[in-house]
Design a protein around this ligand. Structure first.
Ligand SMILES: [Zn+2]
Length: 157
């Protein structure tokens, strides 16, 4: 059973309980009346799922293929527990958003780590930022469904 967690009061909902909560539009000006799209649940405490979730982003300059590029290290509260079976809860995640060097787009998203708590997510986020700023990495390519993606490889310390 999926577990959704409020980012404010910490209450856990299964998917049926989540769907039974009050709904609001994701975007206030959105006139789309399709009930499937564009709505999000609101916890009894007032927390708006998706809209109010915790997130930190750091943009960092990197060199990819001998060219200057940028990536974003993004850590977020997932809201949906990503744990596998009886493993630890995983409500937080750090990912690298590799930016496309030709457009203002994202080339690929690489999930680096998942965590049980916000404290651990902040520690993991800051460690990754430092590792990349210190240049202790290299970038490799991997072909996924005929599409080339960037992968970070950490140098042994
Ligand atoms: Zn709540």
């Amino acid at each position: 059973m999926s577990e959704w967690k409020c980012g404010n009061c910490g209450k856990i909902y299964n998917v049926y309980e989540l769907l039974s909560l009050k709904k609001i539009k994701l975007v206030e000006a959105d006139d789309d009346t399709n009930p499937i799209h564009g709505y999000t649940a609101v916890c009894d405490c007032g927390y708006r799922f998706h809209i109010d979730r915790w997130r930190i982003d750091d943009r960092i300059d990197v060199i990819v293929d001998d060219k200057e590029s940028e990536l974003i290290i993004s850590s977020i509260f997932l809201e949906l527990n990503a744990k596998i079976l009886d493993e630890e809860d995983e409500y937080y995640e750090t990912a690298i958003l590799w930016l496309d060097d030709t457009e203002e787009g994202i080339k690929n998203i690489e999930v680096i780590q998942q965590y049980d708590t916000k404290e651990n997510a902040i520690l993991g986020h800051n460690k990754l930022v430092k590792t990349i700023k210190d240049g202790k990495y290299k970038v490799e390519k991997e072909i996924v469904f005929e599409y080339e993606e960037n992968r970070i490889i950490f140098e042994d310390e």
